[in-house]
Ligand binder design. Structure first.
Ligand SMILES: Nc1nc2c(c(=O)[nH]1)N[C@@H](CN(C=O)c1ccc(C(=O)N[C@@H](CCC(=O)O)C(=O)O)cc1)CN2
Length: 299
């Protein structure tokens, strides 16, 4: 039977460790604080942001929530970002994506102070990822890719020399995970598939690991999976379940694939909780870097 890669369980263990690290930081007078900027009324985004603040409360991180209406202009968003950039109680922050139509996400992300970029999506931090072939641990890394790699490593799934097929080229996963998977020490060989890819089914079938991040419910079918492959499901589609009479989260990977693979991430309960745990990890690491820099100055 295929092994379940339980993101909830691993995220809980990570949060236990972070709770101790936050207590240590507080003893030295450093209080980590996560800011969030939520623009508009998207139900999913609101839920994710609420989850981030609940996580902060669990590990002792201060949280600062900023909400703006969906009609907010880029200037109004940037004004709130400037506030968080200069607020010393905010050691890191995120702008929840997607932003309302008409707001250029890249232009917004560029204005985050890179040393407060809890999502690891600022061009400076993405540049650090590109530069450091060994992965580099001096800058925040994108949360979902980091969460996936941490989850696989927790279950001793060795990626070295493995063929990894990534589906989807979005900013939160597809565009960055290849850099992290190909870093020295992880050593995977990565194929990034997108809507322009020919023979996507063939590429999936030869992969040792498939990471599906398209948001296309049930796209990966049992016949697309090499026997014994590892399946990571990032996609979130809300699909109406006639029997239950309500919407359910459905991933990109058809449940029938569990008969063919050797291990899989449940969805929900796999990558999502790991993404949240990595956000907290980034915030704590940023506060630790700040503490270490202050100690170095004092010597
Ligand atoms: N600024 C960012 N925006 C977005 C990111 C991101 O990393 N930074 N990623 C996604 C949304 N996201 C975090 O923000 C996120 C998605 C899902 C989960 C999660 O825990 N999901 C649960 C299921 C919850 C449900 O029922 O809907 C699970 O998988 O178990 C956490 C965070 C896009 N935007």
């Amino acid at each position: 039977m295929a092994q379940k890669l339980d993101g909830k369980l691993v995220a809980a263990a990570i949060k236990d460790d972070l709770r101790l690290r936050v207590a240590r930081l507080r003893q030295t007078g450093v209080e980590p604080g996560l800011g969030t900027i939520l623009v508009g009324d998207d139900v999913g985004s609101r839920k994710y942001v609420a989850g981030k603040h609940a996580d902060c409360a669990e590990v002792g991180i201060r949280s600062i929530a900023v909400e703006l209406p969906g009609s907010a202009s880029r200037a109004e968003i940037l004004e709130q970002m400037e506030r968080l950039n200069s607020d010393s109680s905010c050691t890191g922050y995120i702008v929840q994506l997607p932003l309302p139509k008409g707001v250029d996400s890249n232009a917004v992300i560029e204005r985050i102070n890179p040393s407060k970029d809890a999502d690891g999506m600022h061009p400076y931090n993405l540049g650090e990822l590109v530069l450091h072939i060994d992965g580099g641990d001096s800058s925040p890394q994108p949360c979902t890719p980091r969460g996936i790699i941490t989850l696989l490593s927790h279950y001793n799934i060795d990626l070295s020399g493995k063929e990894v097929c990534v589906l989807g080229r979005g900013i939160t996963v597809g565009r960055t995970i290849g850099l992290m998977l190909a870093a020295r020490g992880v050593d995977a060989t990565v194929t990034l598939c997108h809507t322009g890819t020919r023979d996507v089914h063939e590429l999936m079938r030869r992969a040792d690991v498939v990471i599906a991040a398209m948001g296309s419910a049930g796209f990966v079918k049992p016949e697309d999976v090499k026997p014994g492959a590892v399946l990571v499901d990032v996609g979130v589609s809300r699909v109406y379940d006639e029997e239950a009479g309500r919407y359910r989260v459905k991933g990109d990977i058809d449940l029938g694939c569990r008969e063919v693979c050797s291990a899989y991430t449940p969805n929900p309960g796999g990558v999502g909780p790991m993404t949240r745990a990595m956000l907290l990890t980034n915030v704590v690491e940023m506060a630790e870097r700040r503490m270490n820099a202050a100690n170095d100055l004092a010597v």
